[in-house]
Write a protein that binds this ligand. Structure first.
Ligand code: SAM
Ligand code: SF4
Length: 340
């Protein structure tokens, strides 16, 4: 019984499952202001189907950790049932979630009780006006209270995902880091990728990892963290006080565009409508919904998944063409519809 190996020798052990394409924010780098044509309920995985796919992934395909994402996973009313179902069958597998944090305060205790072990909350700024500009919603206080509640619930570490946008929050890297260190959240900057609905991304205009490091280095000393990176997308740095050299915490930088880590990628993705995507930037998908609903066996589904992953491209969805370079074609789905 083999796992999810590809023809370039990588093995996927980390599953990202999108539970829904809808979201209650409209981040500029992800969604258009008016939203998208949402999936119909019947076309989305039910809670039982999510639990079955997770079981197949763990029992037959060697998946070791699952991250639930979206769209906004907390928009799904049955999120607690999904977590509880997967956790009951496989308590050894770490379940995590990437969320925008809205309504987290209200839901966190039930989520943790159901088996949620780790959380990433997306927060690009602590300035209310900038938050409203990026997300097109005035809801910063809801995110902050969600983060606070996650800490009170004992989740550790709590990671923050931040994207910097030229002309909006591109000067706020050090400020956001200072705030994260003070509140004991582990900040990770993610380079903006061409996965926005508006197709506004350009390689020339994005904020690069090098630029983020330079900005932070004006305020703190950054040194490479000693733990080997492995297949983790974030390059981790220790953050030190410039005068005392005291280590204040860490910061991660995910340089998906300028310093891609495709060779070490260990991820497989399932969209909310049950398509396997072997890469964020894939132009092909493999449907599992038909098999889930036509009486196919778990092994049939596992085989289709294996086959999809065998064809995982070497790099960035289209064999070696760098993001935004001549020949690069942005995938049709936005980040929200893939599951980041
Ligand atoms: N709604 C949840 C959230 O925002 O955390 C989960 C889904 S969101 C698509 C997952 C992550 O993708 C977020 O951290 C978000 O910042 C990131 N993301 C979305 N669009 C992106 C883009 N174009 N480039 C880089 N990261 C992006
Ligand atoms: Fe929604 Fe997350 Fe996309 Fe923002 S990044 S619009 S919160 S799915």
């Amino acid at each position: 019984m083999s796992g999810l190996i590809d023809q370039f020798g990588r093995t996927a052990t980390d599953l990202r499952m999108s539970l829904i394409d809808k979201c209650n924010l409209r981040c500029r780098y992800c969604m258009p202001a008016e939203g998208l044509d949402w999936l119909k309920k019947d076309d989305m995985l039910t809670a039982d189907e999510v639990i079955r796919l997770a079981d197949i992934a763990i029992s037959r395909l060697g998946i070791e950790s699952i991250r639930f994402t979206g769209g906004e996973p907390m928009v799904r009313a049955d999120l607690v049932d999904i977590l509880a179902g997967v956790h009951a069958a496989h308590p050894q597998v770490e379940l995590s979630m990437t969320t925008n944090g809205i309504n987290l305060e209200r839901k966190i205790d039930a989520l943790v009780e159901a088996g949620l072990a780790r959380i990433n909350v997306s927060l690009d700024t602590v300035c209310p006006e900038t938050f409203a500009k990026i997300t097109r919603r005035d809801r910063l206080t809801k995110v902050l209270s969600g983060l606070h509640a996650a800490k009170a619930a004992g989740l550790e570490p709590i990671k923050i995902n931040a994207v910097l946008l030229r002309g909006i929050n591109d000067q706020q890297a050090a400020e956001l880091l200072t705030w994260s260190l003070e509140h004991d959240y582990q900040l990770r900057f993610i380079e903006q990728m061409p996965l926005d609905a508006d197709h506004n991304w350009t390689r020339d205009n994005m904020v690069t990892a090098a630029e983020i490091r330079d900005q932070i280095a004006q305020v703190y000393t950054l040194t490479e963290h000693e733990t080997p990176r492995g297949s983790a997308p974030a390059e981790l740095f220790d953050v030190q006080d410039k005068e005392t050299q005291e280590t204040l915490g860490q910061v991660g930088i995910i340089a998906s565009v300028t310093e891609p880590f495709c060779a070490a990628c260990s991820r497989t993705r399932i969209t909310a409508d049950a398509k396997v995507r072997s890469c964020l930037f894939s132009h092909t998908e493999t449907d599992l919904m038909g098999l889930l609903r036509d009486g196919s066996s778990d092994e049939d589904i596992a085989n289709a998944w294996r086959e999809a992953m065998w064809h995982k491209p070497k790099a960035h969805g289209q064999t070696q063409v760098g993001l935004g370079m001549p020949g690069f074609v942005q995938p049709e789905r936005t980040m929200s519809a893939i599951g980041g």
